[in-house]
Design a protein around this ligand. Sequence first.
Ligand code: FPP
Length: 231
Amino acid sequence: MRQKANPKYPDSIAVIMDGNGRWAKKRGLPRTAGHKAGFDAFVKIVDACDELGIGSLTVYAFSTENWNRSEDEVGGIIKLLNAMIPAYMPQLIEHNIRLRLFGNIEMFDKTTRKALDAAVDRLKDNTGMNLGVCLSYGGRAEIVRAFNLLAAEGKTVVTEDDISSKMFTNEIPDPDLVIRTSGEMRISNFLLWQSAYAEYYFSECLWPDFDREQLVKAFDAFATRERRYGK
Ligand code: FPP
């Protein structure tokens, strides 16, 4: 892993990549074109985070609620995933990035699951930046899953550490900073447990327009925040 560009920058960040649909609408394009542009922005932000020495980046790519979008849009996102996973692999390999998936991956069809599993497996021994992709993910469902896993082990009284240990994200640090684009100021069921002490940064920028300069702006804002952890 690289050294951070600024010691005051966050170690672990999470991003709600919002605004693909509006970006497309503004241009008279189908929503799927917005998601494609969103994927391109994601690739650039992964590079920028790696270059700036961020240890962990977790992105919200597809929520459990997103399954309720039109068949056309869901199909488009899945098609994009199927095409982009293999295409993007060489870059992830080159950057020594370790990929993890967080969510109910069983919801995806066999083709997509196979491509996702192969990507995770190929990158599992990498030692660079942790990249977490939340797919078919919901924060409450994740907490319920953790409790059920603990119950199955016979635990009747649990600690915070027990719960953290059963989160999808148990191998990566909780986010220091959560960024949401497109001017929406909601948490939308994202990393509810993990974000207990995160700083939030909201950008008016639609996700496909969010670039390195915007990211640095968010990090610079974070660098000025005084974190007290309730003390
Ligand atoms: C939110 O914008 C975005 C999504 C629901 C999908 C995000 C998908 C990508 C960025 C591409 C795939 C990326 C990866 C890493 C697999 P929205 O559609 O809710 O936009 P709107 O609020 O303007 O309608």
